[in-house]
Design a binder for this molecule. Structure first.
Ligand code: COA
Length: 549
């Protein structure tokens, strides 16, 4: 089928659907919902069989849904209507939720239903549930709907549409709300818009093992502040200032200077981002960085934890990433807030490279990147620094930097990709700017093994495969060290690093400001004014020409 994705932005859900539709052999093109006439033009150019809207913020114009078959993905159960579906589900503490695929009609979320899929709710933030449960359910429902396209959908009686959740409904009453309610309010608002609290919006909340006078700030730990509730306390890891110079999400302690006790980061009582555990000759290093972004300091702390793990009498080290992302590379928000963005970018990429280099040069252990969640940009190449990369079936990888103002990228990708993917695939990966699903990542050699479709199974199976790896330790370690020595003799790692960093220096300090502009737009969430040609294939003259000839 020819499927046009009409989207507000190319978010995780749209990326997942795009990759899966392509994998299934459909012809897919994308148009951002910027201007009705541009949408009409896209439809005329592409002549789609179906217009699919997995992430749209406004209604499709009447002449489009009247003349073309349009399906909308709604992140709510059958009968649910309105813009804040998932926010409400979390606020109401629903045990189950779902995704519905409806045909576009005049009234919002009121068309014939083509498919739906439900899931159990998890105690997690809205963004996390959206990226995991909603995305997986949406994928199932979209495929079911496409299968049924010829049969016709079931009409479900209309329920009144609910308006968007207002800040008043999200607002915390520190004297009355207990920890559970506060956590739910912040989780229901995570990603966007956050919970307004005085001069800030709050994000990234976790339960803390402390108590005090409700509302009072009790302590800090790394980037997080601890606030007492009426029955305990919570950590708030990130905030966004309502006014002022930096109106984007930052670590809470960057925005508030406090004179309260500091609790050791990564200790059990603190705001724990990095943790380490061992099981039968395998060390598991988890780094649960908010949004997968890794600042200079976070890279340095992870490197220290990695070096410590290398000193243990284990045989395999598994790098597990975090709950929601494995890694998304350097921390663009912290860079944006720095007094010199170029200097901070430089420090951050060097810290990433130090980590990547330490992994590549590990001669005492076998290493595994167990990617159980999405990863992007430098995060993908950091994973490839490990001897083996294992990927959960449901993940989406974005192994490219170019969308960030033509950033050249580092993390030794110029060594790692030819080494693991071959020259041909390296060229393909370096040229494209598209998300990819697990099958493609496996075909290209970016990952070595793909298994499991939920995180619990993925972690369990990772432990089994890690044990198999332990069995062949002596032989594999010696092969790996020989290969590294011969690679080093051919071209030292330092040379790859210097070449990549020379290009990055140009990106950061050079005359062309593209990277700084792209980062500013990304951090400030400025919508694109046109659909990139890499996505809007119907506008790509090279593709159109190729088809005509
Ligand atoms: N630094 C800071 N924040 C980052 C980040 C980074 N490197 N990567 C992602 N984020 C944040 C996003 O701003 C977003 O924040 P929100 O919670 O306020 O919404 C959140 O993480 C989720 O990202 P989003 O873009 O919504 O997720 P996605 O799944 O749709 O897309 C990526 C994933 C990786 C394609 C996209 O986030 C991206 O392009 N990130 C930048 C990667 C990059 O260029 N890194 C620098 C080079 S190494």
């Amino acid at each position: 089928m020819r499927i046009l994705l009409l989207i507000h932005g190319f978010n995780s859900l749209s990326q997942k659907i795009f990759a899966a539709l392509e994998e299934a052999g459909h012809e897919v093109s994308i148009e951002f919902d910027i201007n009705d006439n541009l949408t009409r033009e896209a439809i005329a150019l592409f002549a789609p069989d179906v217009i699919l809207a997995p992430y749209l913020k406004r209604a499709i114009p009447a002449d489009i849904w009247q003349n073309h078959f349009c399906l909308i993905v709604h992140p709510g159960i059958v009968g649910d209507r309105g813009p804040s579906a998932l926010d409400r589900a979390i606020l109401r503490n629903e045990a189950r939720w779902g995704v519905t695929v409806l045909q576009a009609v005049k009234e919002m979320d009121a068309g014939p239903i083509w498919a739906s899929c439900e899931f159990d709710m998890r105690s997690a933030s809205k963004s996390s549930i959206y990226r995991l449960e909603v995305a997986n359910a949406a994928l199932k429902a979209v495929f079911e709907a496409l299968d049924k396209v010829k049969k016709g959908g079931d009409i479900v009686p209309l329920k009144p549409m609910l308006p968007a959740v207002l800040q008043q409904e999200r607002m915390i009453d520190w004297q009355k709300d207990n920890s559970e309610t506060i956590l739910r309010k912040i989780r229901a608002s995570d990603g966007v818009p956050g919970v307004r609290d005085g001069a800030f919006y709050l994000y990234d909340a976790h339960r803390a093992d402390m108590s005090g006078k409700a509302g009072e700030i009790l302590a800090t730990s790394g980037s997080a502040i601890c606030r007492a509730t009426k029955d305990g306390a919570i950590w708030i890891g990130h905030m966004r200032a309502k006014d002022g110079e930096h109106k984007f999400k930052l670590p809470a302690t960057m925005l508030m200077k406090l004179d309260v006790p500091e609790i050791a980061l990564d200790s059990e009582a603190g705001y724990c981002e990095i943790s380490y555990r061992e099981q039968e000759n395998v060390g598991y290093l988890r780094f649960n960085f908010y949004n997968g972004a890794m600042s200079t300091k976070q890279c340095e702390r992870l490197l220290a934890a990695y070096k410590k793990a290398c000193k243990r009498p284990t045989k395999v080290i598994v790098l597990e990433g975090g709950d929601d992302f494995w890694s998304n590379g350097i921390h663009l928000n912290i860079i944006e807030a720095a007094s010199s963005a170029a200097d901070e970018s430089w420090a951050n990429i060097n810290a990433m490279n130090d980590l990547s280099e330490a992994i590549i040069c590990t001669d005492s252990h076998l290493t595994v990147a167990a990617i159980g969640a999405n990863a992007g940009a430098g995060g993908v190449f950091l994973a490839r620094a490990c001897d083996k990369v294992w990927l959960i079936k449901t993940a989406i990888l974005n192994p490219h930097y170019k969308d960030m103002g033509n950033l050249y990228g580092s993390e030794f990708w110029t060594y790692l990709l030819p080494r693991y993917c071959g020259e041909e695939n390296t060229k393909r990966i370096a040229a494209q700017r598209l998300p990819m699903g697990a099958p493609e990542a496996n075909r290209l050699g970016l990952v070595d093994k793909v298994f499991a479709d939920n995180r619990a199974d993925f972690d369990k199976e990772t432990a089994i495969y890690a044990q198999e790896f332990v069995q062949s330790f002596t032989q594999l370690l010696s092969q790996k060290n020989q290969r590294r020595d011969s690679d080093e003799a051919q071209k030292p790692l330092a040379e790859y690093r210097a070449e990549e960093l020379a290009k990055m220096r140009q990106n950061f300090f050079g005359f062309d400001p593209s990277y700084h502009v792209a980062r500013y737009n990304f951090v400030h969430k400025i919508c694109k004014s046109r659909t990139p040609i890499t996505l809007a294939r119907h506008r790509d003259k090279r593709i159109i020409k190729r088809k005509v000839s």
